[in-house]
Write a protein that binds this ligand. Structure first.
Ligand SMILES: Nc1ncnc2c1ncn2[C@@H]1O[C@H](COP(=O)(O)OP(=O)(O)OP(=O)(O)O)[C@@H](O)[C@H]1O
Ligand SMILES: [Mg+2]
Length: 393
């Protein structure tokens, strides 16, 4: 089972590219599910079909759906949520307020992903293409299993300790609603089975994120930060889609000359920034890309000889870690010439120059506040260490 997630800044063409990918894969007889995890669904509009939260057949080998966070939430968090509501109501809160508060932060989004995981396990599909919300919420979404597990584990421990001793007696003495065994079972299931499975799924080698960018500075910057954040959570990317590039014929016209040149520069820059991932150029069309035929044709041109569900590239994984001496980044640089290597931290970036090539890595906020302490090779990996805040090495 292959899972491909598309993300990028708002409006760059994520939904269009996700549809084009799914249609192309289905045309190659891959059993494909195209799913939207963006609460502001537009998948149905782009496909020109009515979609719901269950798979709807779209074409041979292709189903599509728009995940409904509320439905998924009820399914995966039902009893836990009800218990939280009763607890909050006991504190004197109105039902409506309690209902709102009991929506644990991120629970809705996380539930949509749990919904995807069920389709992944169904065995009905070779490929699931997930059209995600703009970058920030996607990152939050993908990193949530980790965060939620931590939070839930605390709840579970406290409650278990409490209830083993207190529940039978307490039920008759204190009016505080105590969770019953079914709630514990649900938390336990969610925590140890579903979230663990989800975490395994998003970090598996068969799951990759593809970043969609357009040739604009802000869009590229956001994708770079996402690339680093994904590495931080060990979620692999396999390609960058560069959308809305002027077709060569248009770029030759006098009016678009400067624009064409700028786009070409940005394209080379994106190739360097995300190397060794491939950057797939996707041309600007003379109209919106909607409907099955137009989307499939768009996909065929985008992927060319490549299989749309292949793992298109593997970036040497940047690792972020903390050991006894502090924070470190391990940067695989297999072909770097050590003598010609120059490492510096410039504002919130780690800049590595080698043999005329410059690689800048946007640092996670925690590290951006620290100063560079040392950089040295351990086999083919450049290990960069960070020192205390504000101090100089
Ligand atoms: N290569 C292209 N040429 C012409 N129009 C395009 C191209 N790619 C996308 N579009 C159009 O741009 C608009 C936005 O595209 P799309 O909905 O795919 O972006 P998105 O990243 O999913 O947006 P959102 O962040 O709102 O979900 C749509 O009208 C789409 O048809
Ligand atoms: Mg979209």
């Amino acid at each position: 089972m292959r899972l491909v997630l598309y993300t990028g800044k708002g409006g760059v063409g994520k939904t269009t590219t996700a549809c084009a990918t799914a249609l192309c894969a289905a045309a190659r007889s891959r059993r494909t599910l195209l799913a939207s995890a963006d609460a502001a669904h537009s998948l149905g509009d782009v496909l020109e079909r009515r979609l719901g939260p269950r798979p709807t057949p779209i074409a041979a080998c292709l189903d599509a759906l728009e995940l409904d966070a509320r439905t998924e939430m009820a399914e995966h968090w039902g009893r836990i949520h009800d218990y939280l509501v009763s607890l909050l109501r006991y504190q004197g809160l109105e039902e409506v307020v309690a209902e709102e508060l009991a929506l644990l932060p991120g629970a809705e989004e996380l539930s949509t992903l749990l919904g995807v995981e069920e389709h992944c396990r169904s065995g009905r599909y070779d490929l699931i293409v997930l059209d995600c919300a703009p970058t920030d919420s996607t990152l939050r979404l993908l990193t949530l299993p980790e965060v939620a597990r931590g939070a839930l584990r605390v709840v579970l421990h406290v409650q278990q300790a409490l209830s083993a001793v207190v529940t039978p007696l307490a039920r008759s003495l204190v009016p505080i609603p105590l969770p019953d065994a079914a709630v514990f079972r649900d938390i336990d299931q969610l925590l140890f089975r579903k979230l663990r499975a989800l975490r395994r799924r998003v970090t598996a080698a068969s799951s990759t994120v593809r970043l969609v960018v357009t040739p604009e500075r802000m869009v590229i910057d956001e994708a770079r930060r996402a690339f680093t954040d994904l590495a931080l959570f060990e979620i692999p990317c396999d390609a960058v889609i560069m959308n809305r590039l002027l077709p060569p014929a248009a770029a030759r016209e006098a009016f678009f000359h400067g624009w064409g040149r700028l786009q070409e520069e940005r394209r080379r820059e994106v190739e360097a920034l995300f190397a060794p991932l491939p950057v797939l150029p996707s041309p600007l069309r003379d109209d919106e890309v909607t409907g099955l035929e137009a989307l499939r044709a768009h996909g065929e041109e985008l992927f060319g000889e490549r299989a749309p569900d292949a793992i298109l590239g593997v970036a040497g994984r940047v690792r972020f870690a903390r050991d006894a001496t502090g924070y470190r980044i391990d940067l695989p640089l297999p072909h770097a010439e050590r003598a010609a290597l120059d490492v510096a931290k410039i504002e919130d970036e780690l800049v590595v120059r080698s043999a005329g090539r410059r690689r800048a890595l946007k640092l996670p906020r925690r590290l951006a506040a620290l100063s560079l302490a040392s950089a040295r090779f351990e086999r083919d990996v450049l290990v960069v260490r960070f020192g205390a805040e504000g101090t100089r090495p």
